[in-house]
Design a protein around this ligand. Structure first.
Ligand code: PLP
Length: 393
């Protein structure tokens, strides 16, 4: 359109949604589709949370509320998130948001000047790069190295790119799409780098609670880091609430107050009754969460075993998220394929197994030699995992 602003040419997207549309199109023709492309859950929001939303509506929680969120939710988040991460938080450390995603754009807008360099994971959630570019920043992607039990941060790539213009670092632990999870040493090393170069950090903790064993750790809990870290928190995955749009930016009060200023200019407040559902989520029983985690664990194990039984396919058993990032380089070689998109299309067309690839999470970096696909097991039954992956095999 001739009306379009110039900056719109710099706005990115989530190309994974195009795969979803393709799968839906096939399904509408009566073709059985196995949906491994969705980062969404086919598990309902726990009952007590739904009931709390209904009650809030009945109780008239339908008007505007304070822009940084209702006090009970900010307090509950401060307590819950603080306890899980070993941080001493209060309501002033919390800005409630309509989802986790808005925290990304608001973080960039609040703290990045045009020309500033921003380190971010690639492969990674595509919105980071989209927002950096849109607001005139200089994207500095860093990758991951495949190690024995998954993926590790490519520190060399991070270190080599730091210049006096590098101001922000985006860190996504646990990581979409690789499911990489930092051990203590890796997180410590990253924190030291941020301290040394005076970087401000967006810690995207969307999958913090989707952890199969052990306890989660946030980079914000490392000494010196809280002051320079904004945590992206979301109810989407932990409470199966992706469509409710509820999340928060959490961090030092002086930084968080600037994030809340966007709420005044954008949405005024996050949906009022939805915030009461958030209070119920944080204060209510956790049995449905534990049962969701068991469901996810079973799906993970079935999918990992089947994938590893395929010739030329290799995947580790991640301890977090609901994604499998499988190396298919050898399988592609065996089939004489040159692009991972060709691999994806062929399997989709011939079996109905629908997944995304590394290329849906940013452009491959120049030194990348391996090919990967991402399978999400959050939105597919264990029976369909078995059936679909058997066909794929
Ligand atoms: N960050 C990562 C890494 C994600 O994968 C997602 C969603 O898939 C989000 C943030 C945002 O989720 P939401 O906006 O639903 O909180």
């Amino acid at each position: 359109s001739r009306y379009l602003a110039d900056r719109m040419s710099k706005l990115g997207t989530e190309t994974a949604f195009a795969v979803g549309a393709e799968a839906a199109e096939m399904a509408s023709k009566g073709i059985k589709v196995y949906p491994f492309h969705l980062g969404d859950l086919n598990i309902p929001t726990p009952r007590h949370i739904r009931e709390a939303a209904l009650k809030a509506l009945e109780d008239g929680k339908t008007g505007y509320c304070p822009t940084p969120g209702i006090a009970p939710l900010r307090e509950a988040l401060a307590e819950d998130v603080g306890k899980a991460r070993g941080l001493n938080l209060g309501a002033a450390n919390v800005s409630v948001q309509p989802g986790g995603k808005p925290v990304i754009g608001k973080f960039i807008m609040a703290f990045m000047n045009p020309g500033d360099e921003v380190l971010y994971p690639n492969p990674g959630f595509p919105i980071y790069e989209s927002m950096i570019r849109f607001h005139g920043g200089v994207p500095k992607p860093y990758g991951f190295i495949e190690v024995e039990d998954g993926f590790a941060l490519d520190f060399e790539a991070i270190e080599k790119q730091i210049t006096p213009k590098t101001k922000l670092l985006i860190y996504n632990n646990y990581h979409n799409p690789t499911s990489a999870s930092s051990d203590e040493a890796e997180m410590q090393r990253l924190a030291e780098l941020c301290l040394k170069h005076d970087l401000l950090v967006l810690s995207d903790e969307a999958y913090f609670d989707i952890l199969y064993s052990g306890e989660g750790k946030s980079i914000a809990s490392i000494p010196g880091m809280f002051e320079r870290t904004i945590i992206l928190y979301t109810f989407s995955k932990k409470f199966a609430m992706t469509g409710w749009r509820l999340g928060a930016a959490i961090g030092p009060e002086d930084l968080i107050s600037h994030i809340s200023r966007f709420n005044v200019n954008d949405e005024s407040c996050t949906a009022h009754f939805v915030q009461w559902a958030g209070v119920a989520a944080l204060k209510g029983p956790m049995d449905e969460f534990y049962s969701m985690m068991e469901t996810l664990r079973e799906r993970r194990d079935v999918a990992v075993d089947l994938l590893n039984s395929m010739k030329g396919v290799r995947v580790s058993r991640p301890n977090s998220t609901f994604y499998l990032f499988a190396n298919v380089t050898e399988a592609m070689d065996n089939l004489g394929m040159k692009t991972v998109e060709e691999f994806r299309k062929k399997i989709l067309d011939e079996t109905g197994v629908s997944f995304t690839t590394r290329n849906h999470f940013g452009s491959p970096l120049p030194d990348e030699k391996q090919y990967y696909i991402r399978l999400a097991y959050s939105g597919i039954s264990v029976e369909d995992i078995r059936e679909g992956l058997s066909k794929m095999k």
